[in-house]
Design a protein around this ligand. Structure first.
Ligand SMILES: [Zn+2]
Length: 339
């Protein structure tokens, strides 16, 4: 770890905490939309942990988790290594309460992050990569499903041998339901933030809290505990790893199965709780028309679980309304891998 860490407009020496911003983009009225950042540099050597929230503009629980970790729980004089905190990864999405950038409807996590002269959202991605992501040793990207009845979970891709062991250590420390994929990122795939990190050997854990539009429990407590546990696991702070409680946890290895989609349009009622086992063929949800008649009974395609009901999507914004159109996402399905 270097003596000084430079992120955006701040340079942070040993034992210091500073607030600043990463230069973002300029709007047509010359207003600059920048990315706020906090950096805490510890007094001893250790890894640099990047915490980012709100890549998707309506998923705000991670802002509070980062605030608690960096402003209340951890102090520079007891920290080994450094923390970079980005409360809002996509300020263009956040400022309009939208999932994606309102200017071009793009996702800062899905576009190329290697283009300083690219389109508007690509420039935000480049700013995040060059100023923060590329300087980290460990990354936690905090998202949220919209509804409060969703299951808190984390997703790791262990397809890269360079990051596999660290990702497992991070996931075990966090202690929530883990969805595992083993996808090798091919050379020809676009250099998104995740793909660039993977190529550089930086592990990125995707953490999904719940009730994304509101600061609420258990998301705050579970999220803060997960981050502090990662810091304990990598010897950044003292203390024992604390077991997660208050939430449903499906232990072991779970795999994403697919998205359940609507075949009819209308309002929707959910009949199965996320995180509870559902047999293949059981009715998961009912779609009914505006007269109140049920027009589709949505069946579970496999023995498994639902982790969340994203409901309607308008301009990519999931959870915008408890209504669906043909083809809309109803539920995210995962299956438990028996060992
Ligand atoms: Zn998200």
């Amino acid at each position: 770890m270097p003596n000084e860490i430079k992120v955006g407009n701040i340079t942070v020496g040993r034992g210091e905490f500073k607030k600043g911003f990463i230069k973002g983009v300029e709007l047509i009225n010359n207003v600059s939309i920048d990315i706020p950042v906090m950096v805490m540099n510890g007094v001893e050597d250790g890894p640099t942990l990047l915490l980012m929230s709100t890549q998707h503009g309506i998923e705000i629980q991670g802002i509070e988790v980062i605030r608690k970790v960096m402003r209340e729980k951890v102090k520079p004089n007891s920290l080994r290594g450094a923390i970079i905190g980005i409360p809002v990864g996509n300020p263009l999405a956040f400022m309009h309460h939208q999932y994606l950038s309102w200017i071009d409807n793009l996702d800062v996590g899905a576009v190329r992050a290697d283009r300083p002269y690219g389109n508007t959202t690509e420039r935000l991605a480049y700013a995040l990569w060059s100023e923060a992501w590329s300087k980290a040793d460990l990354i936690v990207n905090i998202h949220c499903n919209t509804r409060p009845d969703s299951l808190i979970y984390q997703w790791i891709n262990i397809g890269n041998p360079k990051t596999k062991d660290k990702l497992w250590r991070m996931a075990k420390a966090c202690g929530v339901t883990t969805i595992v994929s083993e996808r090798r990122i091919r050379e020809e795939e676009p250099p998104t933030l995740n793909n660039l990190a993977s190529r550089k050997g930086i592990p990125v854990l995707l953490f999904e809290l719940i009730d994304g539009r509101w600061i609420s429990e258990p998301s705050t407590t579970v999220g803060v505990r997960a981050i502090l546990n990662i810091m304990r696991e990598f010897n950044m702070i003292d203390g024992e790893i604390e077991k997660q409680k208050e939430i449903t946890i499906i232990p072991g290895i779970n795999r994403f199965y697919g998205i359940l989609r609507a075949n009819r349009g209308g309002l929707i009622k959910f009949l199965k709780k996320p995180g509870k086992f559902i047999n293949r063929g059981e009715i998961v949800a009912e779609i009914y028309d505006l007269y109140g008649d049920i027009i589709e009974k949505v069946k579970m395609p496999v023995d498994g679980y639902i982790w969340a009901y994203p409901c309607g999507q308008s301009l990519g914004t999931s959870g915008s309304l408890q209504a669906v159109q043909t083809g809309a996402n109803i539920g995210y399905i995962f299956i438990h891998e028996e060992k």
